[in-house]
Design a protein around this ligand. Structure first.
Ligand SMILES: CC(C)(COP(=O)(O)OP(=O)(O)OC[C@H]1O[C@@H](n2cnc3c(N)ncnc32)[C@H](O)[C@@H]1OP(=O)(O)O)[C@@H](O)C(=O)NCCC(=O)NCCS
Length: 188
């Protein structure tokens, strides 16, 4: 499920010789859009944004209860997986200060590279305005500037809007699929 990807897969990123990553999410601004590092207190505002069942059509799952969302955000706000092997970087997308969705990157070293698995969600009423594309590009640029040199995303084969976002990021279908049947997109 999308909201758990971060948990099954960090203000700046560097890989040290023992491949421990160090990175901390920062605010990223472009015009009327600002990506703010996810905090536990964002759960209440995001609860409303994430309520529409349509949001889960391609990823599975259902709207979280407020308690579940608060618990998830408390875990994700830590920025690191429990075993320390992955950075969990999450940003709330705000348009003119109003929360409208989120983007996330699960970052880990792999074979000498720093790889980010990306995901994006925009609340139903704000879709179709280019917000996912703009936000994902902002996140990708931020990650690239901090040494992330490989990007992936897992996308349902029939989810055209999500595939379009991936194309804007330069990702291409790899021909591989996840166990859940999603297509794995990659750059390069
Ligand atoms: C995928 C999602 C984030 C797109 O959000 P959005 O803000 O509406 O996306 P954008 O406005 O940036 O549009 C992205 C592209 O999708 C296209 N698009 C939008 N809706 C579409 C639709 N119903 N069918 C086909 N293409 C569509 C747009 O034309 C645009 O492509 P273009 O720039 O080449 O013209 C949004 O639909 C969503 O949150 N879905 C539920 C969560 C999800 O499944 N996330 C993906 C997990 S990785």
């Amino acid at each position: 499920m999308l909201e758990e990807r971060n948990e099954s897969q960090a203000d700046s990123v560097c890989a040290s010789p023992d491949e421990q990553l160090v990175m901390v999410a920062e605010s990223i601004t472009s015009g009327d859009l600002i990506l703010t590092p996810l905090q536990a207190v964002d759960a209440d505002a995001m609860f409303v944004v994430l309520q529409d069942r349509e949001l889960y059509s391609f990823t599975g799952g259902e709207p979280a209860t407020i308690d579940a969302l608060r618990a998830r955000y408390a875990r994700q706000a830590g920025g690191v997986s429990p075993d320390g092997s992955q950075l969990w970087l999450n940003w709330i997308i705000r348009m003119s200060d109003e929360p409208v969705g989120y983007v996330q990157a699960t970052v880990a070293p792999r074979q000498g590279r720093v790889v980010a698995e990306l995901a994006w969600v925009i609340g139903t009423q704000w879709q179709g305005r280019g917000l996912a594309t703009r936000s994902a590009l902002m996140m990708q640029t931020w990650l690239r500037d901090r040494g992330v040199d490989r990007f992936t995303a897992s996308i349902h084969p029939q989810h055209a809007a999500s595939a379009s976002v991936a194309v804007w990021l330069g990702l291409q279908p790899s021909g591989e699929s996840t166990d859940e049947g999603e297509c794995i997109w990659r750059l390069p």
